[in-house]
Design a protein around this ligand. Structure first.
Ligand code: NAP
Length: 300
């Protein structure tokens, strides 16, 4: 028999779990569906030091706290991948295991990592997209991080604690990361910073042994021997579900104003997958609360 809920939340990151907390406090029956692991991107953040009220907590710890809070309030949380959402009254949500119905749906599907377009980058052992998850495999070894944003700089700091060396490779001369992180990285004695540099190809047959680098100004090429490459070149939206519903923009984000209402009645959006200016943990949580209260109003 198809289980029915007032509100189904797709995505167990900070936006989705905040929405679960608010909707449960409003007394609604709530199902959270997450395809990978609770916490979304935040779970791979070694240290979250800009969440008000908690100056230093790891992403995994924060994800666990949010998860426990939502679960203890009575949200049902399942690790299932949503394959299809059929609009209607109620809405039908099909996962890889079950089919559910909900009066309202909140899409909090977040973002997934961007790739650099290198041959074998998603299959060659030694290439990773998560320093927190895989960094320990490279303890005492030589590694590289690619990217110039907050994630790349945070990953560099994290890896420099456990690896013999970290080479930070950025395609421009200016970092877009917060200056406080750039300053901290510059002070690490086992970190080398290569700016105006791109990775041309991955070296190694069965596992990564090095990178072929190219200086974008001089055109000079060189090989850098490393055992691990951590790609931290940004994120792109999880766009399959909103595209299928016809509510995604060209880039795959879901347009909605600060009220988190999408053009589809009863479908709300929260977090990084929404068209917005600032994508931060705090703004994801804020969206979660706004979308939750709007969904509760819709349910009546
Ligand atoms: P991001 O800010 O979008 O930075 C991506 C970086 O990758 C940029 O430096 C970009 O270079 C580079 N890049 C993109 N495509 C590339 C390619 N094909 N080859 C080489 N380099 C490439 O992504 P992010 O660092 O993951 O951060 C995402 C969001 O989360 C940001 O809003 C960030 O502030 C936030 N965040 C915040 C914290 C925090 O503690 N406050 C921590 C992590 C993330 P260009 O600069 O040349 O474009």
């Amino acid at each position: 028999m198809t289980e029915q809920f007032d509100i189904i939340i797709v995505g167990g990151g900070p936006a989705g779990l905040t929405a679960a907390i608010y909707t449960r406090r409003a007394g609604k029956s709530v199902l959270v569906l997450e395809k990978a692991s609770m916490g979304g991107q935040i779970a791979s953040s070694p240290k979250v030091d800009n969440f008000p009220g908690n100056p230093a907590i790891s992403g995994i710890e924060l994800a666990e706290i949010l998860y426990t809070q939502a679960e203890e309030l009575g949200a049902r949380i399942e690790l299932e991948e949503v394959l299809e959402i059929r609009d209607g009254a109620p809405k039908t949500v099909v996962t890889d295991y079950n089919t559910y119905t909900g009066t309202a749906v909140i899409l909090a599907t977040g973002m997934k990592h961007r790739t650099m377009g290198l041959d074998r980058e998603e299959t060659l052992p030694g290439v990773s997209f998560c320093a927190v998850c895989d960094g320990a495999f490279y303890a005492g070894r030589d590694t590289a991080v690619c990217g110039g944003g907050n994630t790349a700089l945070q990953d560099t700091l994290y890896l420099s604690e456990i690896c013999r060396s970290v080479t930070l490779i950025h395609r421009r001369s200016q970092f877009r990361a917060d200056p406080i992180l750039v300053d901290a990285v510059a002070k690490r004695s086992n970190v080398t910073i290569l700016t105006d540099t791109v990775v041309e190809s991955l070296l190694g047959e069965d596992a990564l042994t090095g990178l072929l680098l190219k200086h974008t100004i001089t055109g000079e090429s060189r090989e850098l021997p490393v055992h691990g490459l951590f790609e931290a070149v940004g994120q792109q939206p999880e766009s399959a579900l909103p595209r299928a519903l016809g509510i995604a923009d060209e880039a795959g984000f879901i347009p909605a104003a600060e009220d988190c209402l999408t053009p589809a009645a009863g479908i709300f959006v929260a977090g990084d997958c929404r068209v917005k200016e600032v994508r931060q943990l705090t703004t994801a949580c804020a969206d979660g609360a706004v979308a939750a209260l709007a969904a509760c109003r819709f349910c009546g």
